[in-house]
Write a protein that binds this ligand. Structure first.
Ligand SMILES: [Fe+2]
Ligand SMILES: [Fe+2]
Length: 310
């Protein structure tokens, strides 16, 4: 990396610190503010829950679906932020000495992800207080983090940038004028987005920095590992779609026959793939950064893998 790039990148890390200080929020004082969730509200906006895909459900049932998905949203973020934080702490090792601005930016990033995990645990409990018993999210964040961190840093940073960019799109969906959407859930999207904006910039800076030290062979292997990580995310989403569809059918208060149960599970899976895979993969900035690092053939391999997850 040449001297001019180093200077301008140092400025970008410094601007992330400034933004992090400016937007910093407290979970209880700024986000929760003594509020409780209300079961008459939707938790996820229709554009994320893909409400229209649940064609056999009434409006009340679609609201229940958005609440189940809202709880799963909190759990999925609690899960991914465990490995994101561990990777950021690991990368901070490269900056222990030298540019302390970069180190401070990553330490703040890590601190924010710990706070976000606490927020998402809080939201999971709050949703649990008002929804029927029986919801299940049976995935251990530490086990997933161990598996993810077994892949190369390049692959983990690719997945991380993808995730941290799609939180911005999720925020934009949540500001849709929908009077049935929970104000508290809207604030979760808003406050999370405020800090994720800096994280996405830092992911990109660290990814490009790390990429510069890789051989073409190592990068090629890392592309395959990124594809493996996306497939692993999809495995979690398939299991959760099944669990959430089963919970819906058991608690919606009417009989759901086998054909309808299958259609509901397929709609849950489509929504989860949209939320956690395709909304990031289709993000223009993710495509721009990714394509600047890989060959056309590697890009085609990624697109072919994504196309199987429809
Ligand atoms: Fe976060
Ligand atoms: Fe983040």
């Amino acid at each position: 990396m040449n001297a001019i790039n180093e200077v301008s990148n140092s400025g970008r890390y410094a601007r992330c610190i400034q933004a992090s200080k400016r937007v910093r929020w407290d979970m209880e004082e700024d986000v929760i503010r003594g509020r409780r969730l209300d079961a008459t509200h939707k938790f996820l906006p229709d554009g994320l829950s893909l409400a229209d895909e649940f064609t056999t459900l009434s409006a009340d049932e679609k609201r229940f679906v958005s609440q189940i998905q809202g709880r799963t949203y909190a759990n999925v973020f609690g899960l991914v932020e465990r490995f994101i934080n561990a990777k950021i702490l690991e990368l901070s090792h490269d900056h222990w000495f030298g540019d302390q601005i970069v180190l401070e930016a990553l330490v703040r990033f890590s601190d924010e992800e710990l706070k976000h995990q606490a927020l998402f645990r809080r939201i999971d409990t709050m949703v649990g207080d008002i929804l029927p018993d029986g919801y299940c999210f049976d995935v251990d964040p530490d086990a997933v983090a161990h598996a993810v961190l077994g892949k190369s840093t390049w692959a983990v940073l690719a997945l991380t940038l993808d995730i941290e960019l799609f939180t911005q799109l999720h925020y934009r969906q949540s500001i849709d004028p929908d009077t049935e959407l929970s104000e508290l859930f809207k604030d979760v999207f808003l406050y999370h987005w405020k800090e994720e904006s800096q994280h996405a910039i830092l992911d990109e800076l660290e990814w490009v920095r790390h990429d510069a030290g890789l051989t073409a062979e190592k990068r090629d292997r890392a592309v395959d590992e990124f594809i493996e990580l996306v497939a692993a995310v999809d495995g979690i989403l398939q299991a959760q779609a099944k669990a959430d569809a089963g919970y819906f059918a058991a608690k919606c208060g009417r009989a759901v026959d086998e054909a309808e149960a299958r259609a509901i599970e397929a709609a849950f899976l489509k929504a989860y793939r949209w939320q956690y895979i395709h909304s990031g993969a289709q993000h223009p900035h993710f495509g721009k950064v990714l394509s600047s690092l890989i060959t056309e053939n590697q890009g085609q391999r990624i697109q072919a893998a994504l196309a199987t997850l429809q």
